[in-house]
Design a protein around this ligand. Structure first.
Ligand code: PRT
Length: 110
């Protein structure tokens, strides 16, 4: 099924929030990960980031897409556990839109 990225992220976030609220670690990976604490969620995110880097350097496109999906999924869990969601990230990206990274860096206080 093809889906636009906004819809996919909203759908994933909605399911993740439901799983966190239900807290059923036996039935849900999200709930079982959250039960291990924020540190474990952050650790998994770091592992998935490393696996994404390795895939980018050594594996094919399908493998990279899979690792990227794992990374985004675990970031969604971490954000939700902190009470944040993709709307918060979209707002920050929107604030940055149109500002060159070079210009932003040059404007930082020395
Ligand atoms: N997108 C995902 C998703 N991507 C990856 N994963 C799981 O993330 C886990 C991480 O993989 P690993 O091999 O690193 O896990 P592991 O070996 O158990 O890791 P360790 O804790 O042992 O280090 C696996 O169990 C994957 O199945 C996901 N689990 C759930 N989702 C989404 O979240 C929804 C809710 O899932 P549940 O909470 O399980 O109902 C699902 O409907 C999906 O939409």
């Amino acid at each position: 099924m093809t889906q636009d990225i906004g819809g996919a992220l909203e759908q994933l976030e909605s399911v993740v929030r439901d799983r966190l609220a239900a807290g059923d670690a036996n039935a849900s990976y999200v709930a079982s990960l959250a039960a291990k604490g924020r540190g474990k969620i952050a650790q998994k995110l770091g592992e998935e980031a490393v696996e994404t880097v390795i895939a980018a350097l050594t594996e094919d496109d399908a493998a990279l897409a899979g690792e990227a999906a794992d990374l985004i999924f675990h970031l969604t869990v971490l954000l939700a556990e902190r009470g944040l969601g993709w709307a918060d990230i979209a707002a920050e990206l929107g604030r940055r839109h149109g500002t060159s990274g070079h210009a932003e860096k040059a404007a930082r206080p020395q």
